[in-house]
Design a protein. Structure first.
Length: 288
């Protein structure tokens, strides 16, 4: 029945229903305004999409009169989305760089392109769902966390307020009631997660997250003048300096992504190529 109904859908309808389904699964609910804002459609059209989705998937969502939005049912089964954490996190990465909607490229005579990406770190779908819903709804969660600093998992009480991608791994930025401070936690190392209740933590108190710092990068001093000029052009430096503003909480991740560590000046110049120029200014925020 579901497959027969799906065959009759237009491409635009399928896109909207996929977003609807993904939103309600990962966030726990969806509203007509979400469809209106993302696709520029009228309230009438958004309501039609929600009705159509309920027709195709009658056991997935229900309307909550108190919340005035559609919420996920315990019997939810995906009909449009891939239902993987990779799919959801890829959407977050695309949205972060400002790309909206599906893009279909119709260009002939393209060159051969090979993109090298790191292996995707496996994340438990239920864990990511719980973490994301906790962020969206302001909930506190209890997690079983396997730190690399301890041989055995430990139980933590966290109030997450943001997700962070460092180029290799996904983290959650959260207040740890266990540690009594804001910290980053690798989501792949969360073995289980469950809701405790509504959090009383205000993310505006996460000063390292709210504060932005400027990272200043320059060519390695061991390079020749000609090599320095090439590096300056490569990174679009001005007067030998690249300035990049980041949240203080993620400064270390940015530097690691740029392959800059604590020994950048000591490493071979032609291998390191770039160094951090204002390490003293950032020392309170660096994890290495």
């Amino acid at each position: 029945m579901i497959q027969l109904l799906q065959q009759d859908l237009k491409w635009e309808q399928r896109q909207r229903l996929t977003l609807l389904e993904a939103t309600v699964f990962w966030s726990g609910s969806v509203s007509t305004s979400a469809l209106m804002d993302n696709f520029g459609i009228s309230r009438v059209q958004a309501s039609k999409d929600l009705t159509l989705y309920q027709t195709i998937c009658p056991d997935n969502i229900r309307y909550d009169k108190f919340l005035k939005r559609y919420v996920i049912e315990a019997t939810f089964k995906p009909a449009f989305m891939e239902w993987t954490t990779r799919e959801f996190l890829q959407v977050l990465k695309v949205q972060r760089v400002g790309t909206r909607g599906a893009v279909l490229t119709l260009i002939n005579n393209l060159p051969t392109v090979e993109i090298v990406e790191s292996i995707f770190r496996q994340i438990d779908r239920a864990v990511l769902q719980t973490v994301n819903q906790a962020i969206v709804t302001g909930k506190e969660i209890r997690v079983c966390y396997q730190s690399m600093a301890r041989p055995e998992p430990t139980e933590l009480q966290l109030s997450p307020h943001a997700l962070v991608f460092d180029g290799l791994r996904w983290h959650m930025r959260a207040f740890s009631r266990t540690h009594n401070e804001f910290r980053d936690f690798v989501i792949a190392r969360v073995l289980s997660a469950e809701f405790i209740g509504v959090t009383d933590i205000n993310s505006s108190n996460d000063l390292a997250w709210q504060q932005f710092v400027t990272v200043r990068i320059g060519p390695h001093p061991g390079l020749s003048d000609s090599q320095k000029a090439a590096i300056e052009f490569d990174y679009a430096m001005e007067n030998g300096v690249l300035e990049h503003k980041v949240r203080a909480a993620v400064a270390s991740y940015f530097l690691k992504a740029m392959r800059i560590g604590p020994d950048d000046k000591e490493r071979e110049a032609v291998v390191q190529q770039i160094i951090l120029l204002n390490r003293n200014e950032l020392k309170d925020y660096l994890l290495f």
